[in-house]
Design a binder for this molecule. Structure first.
Ligand code: G6P
Length: 576
């Protein structure tokens, strides 16, 4: 799962591809590369590491050419090596390809081709050799169509043909967009690839392909029939994502939370008011409400279940990758998909399954024009702006704020106005103590976090952050479940963080169980423990997760880890 980019035009090619890859590297940062066409010859520069490092080594910015493709990789098939980095070349070096997705039948396709020399262990390389082989007997376009028909799995591919001086782009499953400029054409996995250059785009649907040459572009379906597609003008008020004096994006993005919440509140009350009403109506009009999401967004969906429950509406949630195995849906079901990127393949698969069974689909996304948004009956944007750090922080808060707002409209009485200001105070008042605690926890191997009710999802989210950023094994649990097994692991000095909104006897008994085993008991609470909070139980989840975000951040900082780009992860996972 990766990011791809392509460009046909007169810009400084190397500079454009380099900048575009930097904007896409949240999709994968194991390796990156570019292929450019200059004087009839394809020139490849690729390596392992992040785009900026590769640029320093190979001077990507100083590369000429009229047509170019680029790729940033999150390894799936084949380890992280220079050979496995994209773009890949055909044997005769006529074609270069960049691919996002997984070609499930790559071995079968490979077995059809004789005498080809492969230089990587990837599933993707077969595309270049296949097109080379088949284009000996048919046109390149026919070869592309044939590949498209025979390939199984998910693919977004950009193919550079050095002989005809064209780019071909084709997609099934993985996302692909085409940007339209003045005498220039852009390709990208998403709008981030080219949104600094144009605000006009076309989104490929599954089984469509495009041919890009000096006359512009044409889009066709898999049978070769031209498809008329109206370009969309995207007015996407993006924040320019610089670090603005912070050492890491993660800390900068935590600091942006109050503004992000305010922006969301305004938008939900004005520009998105109609969508909010529609969303609420859909919930009212369906018998069964099922959330689905992955990672951090799944924890937001757990909050959604809790909030709807408070509004007297029964709902459930399930991790997207297991949705079809555990949930039965029908036309009386509303599926609510939550996804920051709007491109998570597991979520899109759960939506596709639900759609086939007749369900209606609502969604909550951050990235405008994303696939989840486009596949939904109604979609709300959380207006968090671009989040660069892989770990979601401001987007999680805006997801749960949106859910609380919806629950409010459905009858869960709750005042939201003070949230942004109070979050600001929570950061200000507690960060010095968090830094201190980070020093005490940095060498721990395991941390347990317990919560009940609306702090249970927060306990899960804190645990996820502790795994992702400081690489500490952590478990977020329901307080009541601790005694049913996990207590066996609690011994002297093992850190257990308890989330205690009020003097609630149930969670207090759990804390006693921990303390009786001499664990290192850390209480996050407005009335006990080291931290200070505004006195609001119902908004406690918003404040307590801020402590969790900052704690993960400062432990990782103590350990000198790559906070914004943790090992093995990627912000947007577009494979199943
Ligand atoms: C990846 C990211 C997680 C994220 C999850 C879901 O695994 O590393 O941080 O929570 O995807 O992403 P989504 O864009 O669907 O919210």
């Amino acid at each position: 799962m990766c990011g791809i980019t392509g460009y046909y035009g007169n810009k400084n090619m190397g500079k454009y591809l380099y900048n575009s890859l930097k904007r896409l590297d949240y999709r994968g940062y194991d390796s990156a590369g570019i292929a450019t066409l200059n004087n009839g010859k394809i020139n490849i520069k690729k390596d392992t590491g992040e785009v900026e490092q590769i640029n320093q080594k190979h001077n990507l910015e100083k590369t000429d050419g009229k047509i170019g493709v680029g790729h940033t990789r999150w390894s799936t098939h084949g380890s992280t090596t220079k050979q496995n980095a994209h773009p890949h070349l055909s044997c005769d070096e006529r074609f270069a390809i960049a691919h996002n997705g997984i070609i499930e039948n790559w071995k079968d396709l490979k077995s059809q081709l004789n005498g080809h020399r492969y230089t990587s262990e990837t599933d993707s390389e077969v595309i270049a050799h296949y097109i080379e082989e088949k284009s000996k007997e048919m046109s390149v376009e026919e070869a592309v169509k044939k590949f498209f028909k025979e390939a199984k799995g998910s693919l977004a591919v950009v193919l550079l043909d050095s002989k005809e001086e064209k780019m071909y782009a084709f997609k099934r499953g993985s996302p692909l967009a085409l940007g339209i400029g003045n005498d220039e054409t852009f390709l990208g996995s998403d709008l981030y690839a080219f949104s600094t250059e144009t605000d006009k785009a076309i989104f490929f649907e599954d089984d469509e392909y495009g041919i890009i040459d000096q006359t512009g572009y044409v889009i066709k379906n898999i049978n070769g029939e031209e498809v008329e597609k109206e370009p969309e003008n995207f007015d996407w008020d993006q924040e320019e994502a610089g670090k603005e004096g912070y050492e890491h994006y993660m800390r900068k993005e935590i600091g942006e939370i109050p503004q992000a919440v305010e922006r969301l509140e305004n938008s939900l009350n004005s520009a998105q008011e109609k969508q909010v009403d529609r969303f609420v109506e859909l919930i009212k009009n369906h018998e069964k409400i099922l959330f689905t999401a992955s990672g951090t967004s799944y924890h937001a969906s757990l909050m959604g279940v809790y909030f709807l429950n408070k509004a007297d509406i029964e709902a459930q949630t399930l991790i997207a990758s297991e949705f079809k195995n555990y949930e039965r849906v029908d036309e009386d079901t509303l599926v609510i998909a939550i996804s920051q990127s709007g491109e998570t393949k597991d979520v899109l698969d759960a939506m596709e399954y639900s759609r086939k069974e007749g369900a209606d689909i609502a969604s909550i996304i951050n990235v405008p024009y994303s696939s989840v948004e486009r596949e939904s009956d109604v979609s709300l944007r959380i207006m968090a702006g671009q989040e660069v750090c892989v770990a979601a922080t401001k987007t999680f808060i805006n997801q749960i704020y949106t859910l609380l707002k919806i629950a409010n409209k459905l009858g869960y009485q709750n005042h939201l106005e003070e949230i942004p200001k109070r979050i600001e105070k929570v950061i200000e008042k507690n960060e010095p103590k968090i830094k201190q605690l980070a020093k005490e926890l940095k060498n721990k191997n395991d941390i347990y976090i317990i919560g009940r009710g609306d702090t249970y999802p927060i306990a899960r989210e804190i645990a996820l952050k502790l795994k992702e950023i400081p690489y500490i094994h952590a478990e977020g649990m329901m307080g009541g479940e601790l005694k049913h097994g996990t207590l066996a692991l609690i011994e002297e000095d093992v850190p257990v963080i308890s989330l205690i909104p009020e003097k609630n006897s149930e969670i207090i008994s759990n804390v006693k169980e921990i303390e009786a085993r001499n664990a290192k008991s850390i209480k996050i609470s407005p009335w006990t423990g080291p931290f200070k909070f505004p006195n609001s139980n119902s908004k406690f989840p918003f404040y307590t997760i801020i402590i969790g975000f900052l704690l993960s951040y400062w432990i990782a900082n103590e350990k000198n880890l790559p906070i914004d780009r943790p090992r093995n992860l990627s912000k947007s996972i577009t494979v199943s």
